[in-house]
Ligand binder design. Structure first.
Ligand code: NAP
Length: 544
């Protein structure tokens, strides 16, 4: 890695029930309901709330769901789990959490991840400042008072100085734009709205549309329970074996010892994962060495290997089905690679059938099932594993109005434009945690950095009596160009996926866009640290 890791930011203001600094915020923001409102109670919102409270701010989390957890609250489908090592995904901000929390699997299943999140909110008593079942519909910047006015679904209003969006990158679900979706008379749901009773599938004729990361996890988990399963595949995906195993108490103790090394590895790596790129070029190997190397990787947990279509062919008994499962439209790694544990073997079961809808397209969804050109597939339950209006979807769902009535939907209408992925021109005092143009690799690592950056700015604003911050046109121009520059030559940006902002199910036309920061994480942090070190002079700052 050529870019040195950035120095982690240390806050010098620490827990503060009677923090005298808090009174400075209170005085500056009197007349407003809150100093900070945080939209979303997922991992981003939870850590934001923790830090804001530590700074002595009057903060509140507003969350649409009926509980905390965000992605891990909503996505309760069977088989849902991290497909990155659990211990590299844990928050690092609290030594007590690292000492207390035990992972039981290398790739944590959703119920355990949700328990971990609930443990965090209980441990830090965060729920008393969280308001659930509250869907924010509008957020309006009020220039006269340099404050935000939010309105929820019931018409209730909330005012604050700072707005932190913590809405997640995969939040707004999308149903397929297939005629007749609403004509279906059986039970149907999107994977992000799975019913609490998982036994409903038992013995039923089930259809599932989609073969992305979510569908691949779901299919493996339900194939043994259902009467029959029909998988409607538009694009086959490359996968790699997950090779999940349990973590014994002894192994957990050993992992705990390694946390400092794990976080250091994450900090130094390109996307904040514990894995680093193999320095050996395949072009320097003989064919034999290369195959041996790839074979070894295929046997290793969570390794990526495309190598082989041959692996798929070897695992799926019916050659025609195997051929359909081998991706033909894109190369390995150019789309997000789902990890699997027995996905291909599912297609050897008598009760499972793969329908390649590029060969036999879906014409419509009818009362009893899915009508393809050649056949009517009758099902009792239809599952939509059709993904999300990713990244900008959560923002588009709220009517954000900034300076001079600027609408965020218009600002990003011709493509996403941000400064540092943290701020947007015309939307002062609004900070995005996991916003577009930020690192999407190891999410908790990215969240921790973004929240620390925001918290540091707020401390600076307090100490310098600054009432509003807004990025400049020049900053946005430079950053947006930089994000695009970093993405040049990456094959992943040539392929249609949520990462390139392509979702053909949306009624509105969406411009193809680079949704994430494409450069190395250490470089990203270095740039953001430099902006802070320049006392945020890249921004327009207004004193109170
Ligand atoms: P996705 O990757 O966007 O996949 C959606 C699937 O639905 C694709 O197979 C897509 O086909 C299909 N589809 C969409 N519209 C369709 C239509 N009109 N007709 C037929 N098929 C249609 O969504 P996802 O699987 O929910 O995953 C989204 C992201 O969530 C992943 O990339 C990953 O980052 C994250 N995720 C993470 C984990 C984890 O383990 N941590 C697990 C699950 C998901 P096409 O490919 O042809 O568009």
């Amino acid at each position: 890695m050529s870019t040195p890791p950035a120095t982690p930011i240390e806050l010098d203001v620490r827990p503060t029930p009677d923090n005298p600094e808090a009174s400075k915020f209170a005085a500056a923001n009197s007349g407003l309901d809150y100093d900070v409102l945080i939209v979303g109670a997922g991992l981003s919102g939870i850590f934001s709330m923790y830090r804001m409270r530590e700074l002595g701010l009057r903060a509140r989390v507003l969350e649409a769901g009926s509980g905390e957890g965000g992605t891990w609250f909503w996505n309760r489908y069977p088989g849902a789990r991290f497909d990155s090592e659990s211990y590299s995904y844990i928050f690092s901000f609290s030594q007590e959490v690292l000492d207390e929390w035990n992972w039981t699997e290398h790739f944590s299943p959703q119920p355990e991840t949700l328990k971990y999140i609930q443990y965090l909110t209980d441990k830090f008593d965060l729920k008393k400042d969280m308001q659930f079942d509250t869907r924010i519909q509008t957020a309006k910047w009020r220039e006269d008072s340099s404050s935000w006015l939010l309105t929820d679904h019931s018409g209730r209003t909330y005012t604050c100085r700072y707005l932190v969006t913590a809405m997640g990158i995969l939040n707004e679900l999308t149903l397929p734009n297939i005629p007749g979706v609403h004509d279906y008379q059986g039970q149907a749901w999107h994977t992000a709205r799975w019913p609490a009773d998982h036994s409903v599938l038992k013995g039923k004729r089930v259809g599932i549309i989609g073969t992305g990361a979510t569908a691949i996890q779901t299919i493996q988990a339900i194939a043994g329970d259902v009467g029959s399963l029909t998988v409607f595949q538009r694009t086959a995906n490359w996968t790699a074996p997950l090779r999940n195993t349990k973590i014994s108490p002894e192994e957990m103790a050993e992992i705990r010892q390694r946390y400092p090394t794990i976080f250091k590895q994450c900090l130094e790596s390109y996307s904040c994962f514990v894995h680093v790129a193999d320095p050996n070029s395949v072009f320097d190997m003989t064919e034999e060495e290369r195959l041996a190397r790839w074979e070894k990787l295929y046997e290793t947990p969570a390794s990526a290997s495309a190598f082989y279509a041959e692996k798929i062919r070897a695992r799926v008994k019916d050659p025609k089905t195997a051929e359909k499962l081998v991706p033909k439209t894109h190369g390995f790694g150019t789309r997000r690679v789902p990890l699997e544990s027995g996905y291909y073997e599912v297609f050897n079961q008598d009760n499972v059938r793969l329908v390649d809808i590029r060969e036999d397209p879906i014409e419509s969804i009818v009362a009893t099932g899915v009508k393809t050109r050649d056949e009517l597939h009758e099902v009792d339950i239809l599952i939509y594993a059709t993904g999300f209006d990713a990244v900008t979807g959560s923002f588009n769902a709220v009517d954000f109005e900034g300076v001079g009535g600027a609408k965020l939907r218009d600002t990003w209408g011709e493509g996403i434009r941000t400064y540092l992925g943290l701020t947007v021109k015309d939307f002062p005092n609004m900070f995005m945690i996991m916003g577009p143009h930020q690192m999407f690799g190891n999410i908790p690592r990215s969240i921790e950095y973004a929240v620390e950056w925001v918290a540091n700015y707020l401390r600076f604003a307090r100490d310098n009596n600054i009432q509003s911050l807004e990025c400049t046109d020049a900053g946005v121009e430079m950053w947006t160009e930089h994000v695009h520059e970093c993405g040049k030559g990456l094959l992943a940006n040539d392929v249609d996926s949520w990462m390139t902002g392509v979702n053909k199910n949306l009624a509105h036309k969406q411009k193809r866009s680079m949704t994430r920061y494409n450069g190395p994480a250490p470089g990203y942090r270095k740039r953001c640290d430099e902006v802070a070190a320049r006392n945020y002079s890249d921004f327009t700052l207004k004193q109170g």
